[in-house]
Design a protein around this ligand. Structure first.
Ligand code: PLP
Length: 420
């Protein structure tokens, strides 16, 4: 069948793919806490329930029921690899990204020692700082922090360039911060690291829900994100290139080291959650078919294509929000426009604490959380008056609607004494 491709996201169709919206609470809530964890796509839930209902057994083995469980888990792993356009062997599935970074940092004892330097950023979630700090403390290496600008919260690439030196073993940098939202120039960061012989680990947790990461083009050593924020189950995905993985200390049982995808699996996460990742592939596939018609392209290409429509939709919504609140006494952290940023807006009100603001929004069924979102160093550096109260964060997913954005604008305007 050949259909005319849709040029904008069919949000009605998309919402129909998320069973959550059938439920009264979710149906009435304008949900803007997506950066904390997104709703789950229907095909993912189907696979999860199928596994728990029919195949909740120790997977792999001679009997058919054990085989079936193993096959579903393999399908989950293979799907994530196919969606990312990488080899399954390069993917570690962990309980979370925090756990994957901890495991990775311990594994990096093989390349970080006395005299080495590790660069982290002041913009990152603590998951991509603390693990490296502990590694440096243990190994006698030096932790160097790429500072953010105190006003904008942004990172300056020339500072990074100056920090790199012959001792820099690895740099650990976020693709985009869960507070500032600016998309960092990771292509440039990676190319500077390459020329310097420095390894590079990217935290894509905040980026991936908005734009599917392009690992084959970026070619980092490591790229991490969390599938519970990309409409799937609660897991951390860690890509680690074969060549880099071979230099590191495995963190698995000694007899599992020859299974390449087990090398950094230090926890053995929930089997059903792994199996359910195959549903993420189905979700992207069916959304792609709905918008573009049948296609012989690879899963990786289709996912990137549909993700661009999702991203364009979020950008349009977020533009609307930013222009609708531009004249209010609100400090937007990061850029005041969507130029070079993702649809994830953190703000501080001149009139209300962030927790009060969050509670006021909740009264009209808008879910947007407040706090430091574990980017504590960033919150402290950007002079947010009360770091415990932090910011109000309005974070989008592609299933959000114009109507929901209008509700946010209206309540923020009413609370700040102006209507449209
Ligand atoms: C930017 C960023 N990095 C890392 C993490 C940690 O991810 P996980 O919850 O999977 O440990 C988060 C979690 O919110 C995050 O927003």
């Amino acid at each position: 069948m050949s259909i005319k491709p849709l040029t904008t996201l069919d949000v009605g169709y998309i919402r129909g793919c998320f069973p959550t919206f059938e439920e009264t609470l979710a149906a009435k809530t304008a949900f803007f806490e997506n950066a904390g964890g997104s709703y789950v796509a229907g095909p993912v839930l189907d696979k999860l329930i199928h596994f728990y209902r029919y195949n909740k057994v120790q997977p792999y083995g001679a009997s058919d029921i054990l085989k079936a469980a193993g096959e579903q888990m393999d399908a989950g792993r293979d799907t994530i690899a196919a969606l990312l356009g990488v080899d399954t062997q390069t993917i570690t599935l962990g309980a979370s990204t925090t756990q994957n970074f901890n495991t990775l940092a311990i594994a990096c004892s093989a390349i970080v020692g006395p005299g080495s330097e590790v660069i982290v950023t002041e913009q990152d979630h603590e998951a991509n700082i603390g693990a490296w700090q502990r590694l440096c403390e243990r190994s006698g290496a030096t932790l160097r922090i790429w500072p953010v600008d105190a006003v904008s919260g942004e990172l300056d690439i020339t500072t990074f360039e100056q920090m790199l030196n012959a001792n820099t073993a690895i740099a650990c940098v976020t693709h985009s911060s869960n507070i500032v939202g600016t998309i960092n120039p990771v292509e440039k960061v990676i190319s500077l690291c390459r020329s310097n012989g420095t390894r590079i680990a990217i935290d894509g947790v905040s980026y991936a829900p908005h734009r599917w990461p392009d690992i084959p083009v970026l070619k980092p050593d490591v790229y991490c994100f969390s599938t519970y924020k990309t409409y799937a189950t609660h897991l951390g995905v860690m890509y680690c290139s074969e060549e880099f993985a071979d230099l590191l200390d495995p963190q698995c049982h000694y007899f599992n080291c020859q299974h390449r995808q087990k090398r950094f699996d230090s926890s053995g996460p929930d089997h059903a959650s792994i199996a359910a990742l195959a549903g993420l592939g189905e979700y992207f596939e069916q959304s792609h078919r709905h918008h573009f018609g049948d296609s012989e392209q690879s899963a990786y290409k289709k996912t990137r294509e549909i993700s661009q429509l999702m991203h364009a939709h979020e950008t349009m919504l977020c533009d609307k929000l930013l222009s609708g609140i531009a004249d209010l006494p609100l400090r937007i952290i990061g850029r005041p426009t969507m130029q070079g940023r993702e649809a994830n807006i953190a703000l501080v009100s001149g009139k209300y604490s962030s927790s009060e603001l969050s509670a006021q929004l909740a009264r009209v069924d808008i879910a947007a959380a407040s706090g430091d979102f574990y980017a504590r160093r960033l919150i402290e550096k950007t002079a947010i008056e009360n770091p415990d109260d932090g910011v109000l964060r309005i974070s989008f997913a592609h299933y959000n609607t114009i109507d929901e954005v209008n509700r946010v604008i209206d309540i923020l305007r009413r609370l700040h004494g102006t209507t449209r």
